[in-house]
Design a binder for this molecule. Structure first.
Ligand SMILES: Nc1ncnc2c1ncn2[C@@H]1O[C@H](COP(=O)(O)OP(=O)(O)OP(=O)(O)O)[C@@H](O)[C@H]1O
Ligand SMILES: [Mg+2]
Length: 409
C-alpha cells in the first residue's frame, strides 16, 4: 500500500460523526451514520493495533489502488477479450466463441440483443476476424434513413438519376465491397426496402439508381436488431426469406441483468476508459456503490452502465466513487432485482425472474464468504481456499471474477 497515503484510510476510519460522539465510544447509530457518509468500516473504542490493522487490510482490499486494478484488468483482457470486449460470464464466453468461429468465414450473421448490449461491438469484432485489416466496415442504421433515401443509401445513384442527384453517389453495398456491410436496426426496414435488400443479397449484384449497369459486389452482411425478429416474421412485418438469408448464424447478446458477474469487470474497463479520456486516475469504487451497481437491473445494459460511470466520474471530487455519486435510479428499490447489502430482496418485482434473483444472491454470498475467508486468514489464499473447500485456482478465479483483491503484504 506504499503508493497510497496512509492518511486516506485513517480519515476513512475516523468519520466525522465519531468525532462528534467521542464520549460514546462508537455507538451503533454513529457507526451506521459513518458508513452512510462513506466510511469504509468502523471499529469501536477501545481498540488495539491488531484490530486496527486488520480492518485497514480488509478494507484496503475493497478500495484497491488504481494501479493494481489496471494490471488485473489487463491480465483479464489478455485472457478473455476479442479486442475491446469484456466479459467472462458463461453467456459471453459463448458469444466470444461464436465470434471466433464465424469471424474468418463470410457467413451472414444476425446479432440479436436489447439496446446497449454490445451488438455493434460484436459486429466489428466479427469483421476484424476476417483478417483483412484494410477491408471496409460500412454501417447503415436502417432505422434512421428516410424512406425516400433507402434505395440510394444501399445502392447509390448516377448523376442526374433524380432531381436532387447532382453528383454520382456510391451506395453502402459498393462502399463495403470486399468487406462488411453492417445493417443496424434491420428490423426497421420497410417492406419495399426489405425486397430490394433481398434481391441484392440473392444476386450478389446491385444497380445504382439511374443505371442499367449491374455491379458485382462481394459483401459480407452482418445485421443487428433489438426487435424479436422471429416474432416480426410471424406477425408478417419482416420477410421470412430475408430473415433466413440474414440469419445463417445467429448470435444472441444476453442483457446485463442476466450476467451480473460481468458488471465488476465492465466497471473497471469503462471507468479506465473514461478516466483516460479525461486525463485523470481512475477512481476506486466504494463497496456500497459496487453493491448497488451489481443489484441494479440496467435496462439500458452496458451503454447505461457506461453512462452511469461517466456521471459518477463527473460527480466525484475525491478518489472514490460512493453510492451518492451514482445516478439516483441505480439506488432506487424499483430498479433493483434482488437484495444487495442495503435493501430487501425485490422478489415481488415483476422485473425479477428466479434465475436472475438466484444469480445475484449467489454473487453476493460468494463475495461475502470469500472476503470473510481472506479476512480470517490474513489474506492467505491457500488457507482461505482450504477454509472454503475449493482449490486455490478456483478461489483465484472467483476473486478475479468478483473483483476481490487481497491487500498485498
Ligand atoms: N462486452 C463489452 N465490453 C466492453 N464494452 C462494451 C461491451 N458491450 C457493450 N460495450 C459498450 O457499450 C456501449 C454500447 O455498445 P453497442 O453500441 O455495441 O451496443 P448496441 O447493442 O449496438 O446498442 P444499441 O442497440 O443501443 O445500438 C458501447 O460504448 C460499447 O463500447
Ligand atoms: Mg447499435
Amino acid at each position: 500500500m506504499a503508493s497510497r497515503p496512509w492518511t486516506r484510510y485513517t480519515q476513512a476510519l475516523e468519520p466525522r460523526s465519531c468525532r462528534h460522539h467521542h464520549d460514546r465510544h462508537g455507538s451503533i447509530p454513529s457507526a451506521v451514520d459513518a458508513m452512510k457518509r462513506g466510511a469504509f468500516d468502523y471499529i469501536t473504542k477501545p481498540f488495539d493495533n491488531d484490530e486496527l490493522q486488520l480492518v485497514i487490510r480488509t478494507r484496503a482490499a475493497d478500495v484497491r489502488p488504481a494501479a493494481a486494478r489496471t494490471s488485473l484488468e489487463s491480465q483479464l483482457e489478455e485472457q478473455f477479450r476479442p479486442e475491446n470486449m469484456i466479459g467472462h460470464s458463461a453467456a459471453m464466453a459463448a458469444v466470444f466463441r461464436m465470434i471466433d468461429r464465424v469471424g474468418p468465414l463470410d457467413t451472414a450473421v444476425l446479432i440479436l440483443g436489447e439496446s446497449g448490449t454490445g451488438k455493434e461491438l460484436v459486429a466489428r469484432a466479427i469483421h476484424r476476424g476476417r483478417g483483412a485489416t484494410a477491408a471496409p466496415f460500412v454501417a447503415v442504421n436502417c432505422g434512421a434513413i428516410p424512406l425516400t433515401l433507402i434505395e440510394s443509401t444501399f445502392f447509390g445513384h448516377e448523376k442526374g438519376a433524380f432531381t436532387d442527384a447532382r453528383i454520382m453517389r456510391r451506395g453502402a453495398f459498393e462502399q463495403a465491397d470486399g468487406g462488411t456491410l453492417f445493417l443496424d436496426e434491420v428490423g426497421e426496414l420497410s417492406p419495399a426496402a426489405q425486397a430490394g435488400l433481398l434481391r441484392a443479397l440473392q444476386e450478389g449484384e446491385i444497380r445504382r439508381i439511374g443505371s442499367e449497369q449491374p455491379l458485382h459486389v462481394d459483401v459480407r452482411v452482418i445485421a443487428a436488431t433489438n426487435r424479436d425478429l422471429h416474432q416480426e416474421v410471424e406477425a408478417g412485418r419482416f420477410r421470412k426469406d430475408l430473415y433466413w438469408r440474414l440469419n445463417v448464424v445467429g448470435i444472441h447478446l444476453p442483457p446485463l441483468r442476466e450476467r451480473p458477474e460481468d458488471i465488476p469487470l465492465l466497471i473497471d474497463h469503462l471507468l479506465a476508459r473514461h478516466a483516460r479520456r479525461m486525463g485523470v486516475q481512475p477512481p476506486a469504487l466504494s463497496p456500497g456503490a459496487l453493491s448497488l451497481m451489481i443489484g441494479y437491473s440496467w435496462p439500458g445494459n452496458v451503454r447505461e452502465l457506461d453512462n452511469a460511470l461517466e456521471h459518477a466520474l463527473a460527480m466525484t471530487a475525491g478518489t472514490t466513487i460512493g453510492s451518492a455519486e451514482l445516478p439516483a435510479r441505480v439506488g432506487t428499490p424499483a430498479g433493483r432485482l434482488a437484495g444487495g447489502r442495503d435493501g430487501p430482496p425485490a422478489a415481488d418485482s415483476p422485473a425479477t425472474t428466479l434465475p436472475e434473483a438466484v444469480a445475484r444472491a449467489q454473487i453476493a454470498v460468494e463475495a461475502r464468504l470469500i472476503r470473510q475467508a481472506l479476512n480470517d486468514t490474513g489474506g492467505n489464499r491457500t488457507l482461505a481456499a482450504e477454509l472454503l473447500g475449493v482449490s486455490r485456482k478456483t478461489l483465484f478465479n472467483k476473486m478475479v471474477q468478483l473483483r476481490i483483491d487481497d491487500a498485498p503484504g
